[in-house]
Write a protein that binds this ligand. Sequence first.
Ligand code: ZN
Length: 161
Amino acid sequence: MQVARDAVVLLHYTLTNDAGEVLDSSEGAEPLAYLHGGGNIVVGLEEALEGKVAGDKLSVAVPAEKAYGAHDASLIQQVPKRAFQGIGEVKAGMRFTAQTEQGPRQVVVSRVVGDMITVDGNHPLAGQALNFKVEITDVRAATDEELTHGHVHGPGGHPHG
Ligand code: ZN
């Protein structure tokens, strides 16, 4: 069958940035399984896979806007060190969940200068074009249970009993 809304797609992938660095890959592991049409993978890749079948290999260049979005300078904020009370020494690279008006958001400490800490709420891949090399290994219909849950069960899927 073809990749379409509510199909379960299994694929192997290698993700590189424009510098050619490998950011992620399923090589040597189970293929990734995802439920198509639910926004479970980046939208640019989902669009490119529409209508494809098992055995298809493709290279997809996804612009930042169709991956993790443009880098948003307003998500970079200065926070006084006292806001991190009880955490001990705060260092660049540490990750926290910040409570924001839009709900919890993952932030990373990008800089520590004196008593001011810079946190960045952008996705680590925001502002980056992504290049996917993909091989589709299987396409099947989702079960009713998978559709209810919004994710794939079984090999490569969501690990819950
Ligand atoms: Zn489930």
